[in-house]
Design a protein around this ligand. Structure first.
Ligand SMILES: Cc1cc2nc3c(=O)[nH]c(=O)nc-3n(C[C@H](O)[C@H](O)[C@H](O)COP(=O)(O)OP(=O)(O)OC[C@H]3O[C@@H](n4cnc5c(N)ncnc54)[C@H](O)[C@@H]3O)c2cc1C
Length: 432
């Protein structure tokens, strides 16, 4: 019996290739060219909808390490990207036409893969991988909503930046929740009136991302971009996300004029989220403006803030680490719809979903990659319950046991772990 994959983007093509490569049969449903998402322009599989960069090539960068892990697992997306790369400095940049054209030819000519150009409105029976991306068509979105529950499907993300914990000026910040000083879940970054004035000026004059029509998501009062809130009046932020009340600087600073709260994103405290700082500022502008906050002067941004149209599920609630629905192992999800962010992250979950689905169909055991690897840490992120689940791109803060001081070791460990995992998968898949 074949595995059905809905969506021939980065994740769907990767999943199809992995299954076929292991001897499984696939039917891949792709709605283009009969129907288009608002961002896709061609009928190629794995079309890159925006940038033609797959980000850093360097192993010392988490994006580079993730790509190297995928390369060692024979990923078609990375393999073809390497073959079709064009000069791009430290980034893996591809010729988008040649890249997507080559993937399309490889998938369409694979005797084990049947590509059907058809929009799916329902989730079919049997083993199926849903990889329809951030712009999943409306009909299928309704079916997913019915299947998973309306509260488990999101339509846009309003994301605050995440800062590398080691880059925060701890001498310029203090721990404590509002009215509760003995709590270290929140790290408070105080500003004097003068510092606030400078910050406010920069924020309200900073460059913003130009929106395409379909990206113009409705802003809800609860998650307005910080710069839009600031435009309402100079003091608005002081009654909102920069409210100083109940935050007494125990170091002797008294009551600050304004405070930015950072919330721990993981137990290790290697990542901190800027609470309430969802934004549409350009990435470089986020760095420039937010570094005006004294404790963030040298901040390293692990994730930038954004507000996008994005269809994604509440993965921690719905999925296990094999990317299957917890209540129905025949239905898997892959790609951006799981809550990862980015081309390569989407391909990575496609690779895992493909192998996982093939194992399930052929009655083989499947153990996901360990969480000291980039791929495994993405799966851990997707399946760890949090109060406010939001899309995430790969960064070192996600790796289990990661310590910046021993970065080289963590990189070597990740590569060793993924190699071992790949060998174990090869052995399992080779024998019935
Ligand atoms: C406008 C925009 C710009 C982005 N820019 C970048 C960027 O520059 N860099 C980056 O790393 N990431 C970017 N992303 C995020 C993300 O990495 C990409 O969207 C990526 O393509 C996601 O991969 P995917 O396989 O999950 O989905 P996609 O690549 O979108 O693939 C999903 C596929 O499913 C098809 N489909 C949808 N519904 C159905 C249906 N009902 N039946 C059959 N087929 C269906 C679609 O036609 C599409 O081919 C961007 C996202 C958007 C929306």
């Amino acid at each position: 019996m074949e595995i059905k994959i809905i969506g021939g983007g980065l994740a769907g093509a990767e999943a199809a290739y992995q299954i076929a490569h292991r001897g499984g049969d696939v039917v891949l449903y792709e709605m283009r060219p009969s129907a288009f998402t608002p961002a896709h322009k061609t009928s190629y599989l794995s079309e890159l909808v925006c940038s033609n960069s797959l980000k850093s090539k360097e192993l010392t960068n988490a994006h580079g390490l993730l790509k190297e892990e995928l390369r060692r697992l024979d990923s078609i997306v990375i393999g073809v990207a390497d073959e079709t790369s064009i000069p791009g400095g430290k980034a893996l940049v591809v010729d988008r036409e040649v890249f997507a054209g080559r993937i399309t030819r490889e998938i369409e000519s694979n005797p084990r893969i049947t590509v059907l150009r058809k929009e799916m409105l329902d989730i079919p029976k049997g083993v199926v991988i849903i990889a329809t991306g951030p712009l999943t068509s409306n009909g299928l979105t309704e079916s997913i909503k019915t299947r998973t529950g309306v509260h488990n499907l999101y339509f846009f993300d309003a994301i605050s930046p995440i800062i590398d914990g080691d880059s925060i000026g701890m001498d310029k910040a203090f721990f404590g929740s509002r009215y509760l000083k003995d709590d270290n879940d929140y790290l408070n970054c105080p500003l004097t009136q003068e510092e606030y004035d400078t910050f406010y000026e920069a924020l309200t004059h900073a460059g913003r991302v130009d929106l395409k029509d379909f990206e113009d998501v409705p802003y809800f009062e609860g998650c307005l971009p910080i710069e839009v809130m600031a435009e309402r009046g100079k003091k608005t932020l002081l009654y909102g996300p920069m409210k100083p009340v109940g935050l007494n600087d125990q170091r002797g600073g008294g009551n600050p004029y304004a405070v930015i709260q950072l919330r721990r994103e993981n137990e290790e405290g290697s990542m901190y989220n800027m609470v309430g700082f969802q934004t549409k500022l350009k990435y470089q502008e986020q760095e420039r403006v937010f570094r005006l906050i004294p404790a963030l002067r040298n901040a390293v941004f692990l994730r930038y803030g954004s507000i996008h149209r994005n269809t994604y599920i509440n993965a921690p609630e719905l999925l296990n680490e094999k990317l299957q629905l917890k209540d129905d192992e025949r239905v898997l999800f892959a790609g951006q719809i799981t809550g990862v962010e980015g081309y390569v992250e989407s391909a990575a979950t496609g690779l895992v979903a493909g192998l996982s689905a093939h194992a399930a169909l052929t009655g083989r055991p499947f153990v996901p990659p360990p969480d000291d690897t980039c791929i495994g840490s993405l799966l851990r992120y997707l399946t760890t319950k949090t109060a406010n689940f939001q899309p995430m791109n790969i960064n070192f803060g996600l790796l289990k046991g990661y310590n910046k001081k021993h970065k080289e070791k963590a990189i070597a460990r990740a590569l060793e772990s993924i190699e071992k995992w790949g060998e174990a998968v090869n052995q399992l898949m080779a024998h019935s």
